[in-house]
Design a protein around this ligand. Structure first.
Ligand code: NAP
Ligand code: MG
Length: 510
């Protein structure tokens, strides 16, 4: 099946309007399943960033947005959730034809999670402690002390290509819930669904509250990360670019949250229920063709199960159907680009060279009707050691590394021997044993007998070089607020204000 779509043009979305880039230039967006150009998108630069940041800054100055009461803000968040569902077909389509995500995943998971996050935060803002009163201190004198939680200001979000609209939502929803304004720079491979999402949201928020500037990391991302009027930057992407953003943001000391890469360990214990552990482990690594930051890419298997598990996993991987993401029957779509395909293939070569045993896959795949797409067979390596390149670096493709272990302690040591700490997993029938392992794993989320399941009321983020800060739930509301301590003195009598004597040795009424 070949997809034919009319190529549309997407301008920038600034101050509630579609506007062309100042340069007048555009860039092409391709469908990774077919290679076709599916859209032309405005190529923004620092002049467009200036316009968008000014619009966001002016919108933040409006008290009716910044200081909206929580009940009204909650209604607004629910209204956005309804709009997402009402526009879900278009959002799903735009994302499938640019990211290669399957319509099956996008329609039954991503779009639902997006709407649910707006609803979840819509509930949380009603209970959020916007103002707390501290106990009145007797010393050095009675006072009223409040802690107020206030929005940070203009937020910039820089997002990756793997789950573009969901990851943008993880930033937009808490930013708006707390009264901030936002400028988003989506990944150049996948700007379409984010642009549509901003248009939908703009129907219920004041103009300038949400803006999207498309264009390259250098020309749009960097000016956002350095702009003096941007108060916070929220980035999801590779650890390498995350380090760079952090250093750029340091010049203006921006509040910074980073969601970065992973090389997540998945430990199979001897007593695991293999009926769920084996499909669950492949779900953990091959969903979205391995292009998920929390993918379980290193599988630790005990000696006693080793060859049997390898054989069964290879058999299971062979049942996965590669195809056009628009076909609901498709299990695995393409990887994002020919460049990414080459990178993955070079990792596969390095695995072979370093002595890992290729059990299945290992090649690019040709899919009927999608001959120009970028497909890779689900690939499993056995006899991987934790020092091999394929066990250390994030591949971001459908490649599983199986590592053999004798003692559980050794598996845990190897699991933690990585610069990353985003996710981890353990499969066992013994929950007590599972908790013992979980306590030792250094990762922001640990699944017991599962993978990929995130909740909108639970935090998501990384230990170590997988990031700083947490998204989702009430934790993300904290990440989009700053604290103000307000002190009101209740001591009107000058001579009782003894703390002034820290400066004046001789205090008298004037
Ligand atoms: P990436 O290359 O780091 O790009 C991410 C975003 O940063 C894109 O919008 C990109 O723009 C922009 N960018 C690139 N260079 C920049 C620069 N010099 N200054 C400012 N912005 C710049 O990551 P990716 O290749 O899109 O996505 C894959 C990575 O994301 C993986 O490492 C994955 O683990 C990580 N990820 C992490 C999470 C998480 O929650 N922890 C979730 C998903 C993905 P262009 O597209 O224009 O280059
Ligand atoms: Mg990149």
């Amino acid at each position: 099946m070949s997809i034919k779509v009319d190529v549309s043009t997407f301008p920038l979305f600034i101050n509630g309007e579609w506007v062309p880039a100042v340069s007048g230039e555009t860039f092409d967006v391709h469908n990774p399943a077919t290679g076709d150009v599916v859209a032309k998108v405005a190529k923004g630069n620092k002049y467009d960033v200036e316009k968008a940041v000014n619009a966001a800054s002016a919108a933040f100055e409006q008290a009716e947005w910044r200081d909206m009461n929580p009940k009204d803000r909650s209604k607004l968040l629910y209204a956005i959730a309804h709009k997402i569902i009402a526009n879900s077909k278009e959002l799903i389509y735009l994302e499938a034809i640019s990211s290669g995500g399957t319509v099956r995943r996008l329609s039954s998971s991503d779009v639902m999670q997006m709407a649910d996050l707006f609803q979840t935060l819509g509930k949380f803002v009603l209970e959020y402690p916007f103002s707390e009163t501290l106990p009145v201190p007797p010393f050095p004198g009675p006072a009223h002390n409040f802690v107020w939680r206030e929005p940070i200001g203009v937020c910039a979000a820089i997002t990756p290509w793997n789950m573009p609209m969901l990851i943008a939502t993880w930033k937009i929803a808490p930013a708006l819930a707390m009264g901030n304004t936002i400028v988003i720079k989506p990944a150049s491979y996948t700007p379409l669904s984010t642009l549509k999402l901003a248009e939908i949201i703009s129907e219920v928020v004041p103009k300038g509250v949400i803006n999207v500037v498309t264009g390259s990391g250098n020309e749009v991302g960097e000016p956002l990360a350095t702009h003096p009027k941007v108060d916070k930057i929220a980035f999801t992407g590779s650890t390498e670019v995350g380090r760079h953003i952090m250093s750029l943001a340091s010049h203006t000391v921006k509040n910074t949250t980073l969601e970065l890469g992973g090389k997540s360990p998945n430990i199979l214990l001897e007593d695991a229920d293999l009926n769920i552990a084996l499909p669950g482990s492949l779900f953990g690594v091959f969903l979205h063709s391995g292009q998920l930051c929390e993918s379980g890419t290193r599988l630790f298997v005990p000696d006693s199960l080793y060859e049997m598990v390898i054989e069964k996993l290879a058999e299971l991987a062979g049942t996965l159907k590669l195809g056009n993401p628009l076909d609901p029957e498709t299990d695995m779509g393409p990887v994002i680009s020919s460049q990414q395909k080459e990178t993955i293939l070079s990792y596969i070569e390095s695995g072979k060279k370093e002595g890992a045993r290729l059990v299945c896959g290992g090649k690019e795949a040709v899919v009927e009707g999608c001959e120009n797409g970028h497909f890779i067979e689900p690939t499993i390596f056995a006899d991987v050691t934790n020092d091999m390149k394929i066990a250390r670096e994030e591949i971001f493709g459908p490649v599983l590394s199986i590592i053999r272990y004798g003692e559980l302690d050794d598996a845990i040591k190897m699991a933690n021997d990585t610069i990353y700490g985003l996710a981890a997993g353990v499969w066992t029938k013994d929950v007590n044993k599972a908790y013992e392992v979980v306590r030792q794993l250094r990762a922001g989320v640990v699944w017991i007998n599962d993978w990929h399941l995130l909740r909108n009321d639970a935090p998501f983020g990384g230990y170590k070089q997988s990031g700083i800060g947490r998204e989702m739930g009430k934790y993300s509301l904290d990440a989009y607020t700053q604290l103000k301590h307000v002190h009101t003195s209740m001591v009107p009598d000058l001579h009782k204000r003894r703390w002034n004597q820290l400066l004046f040795s001789n205090l008298h009424e004037t």
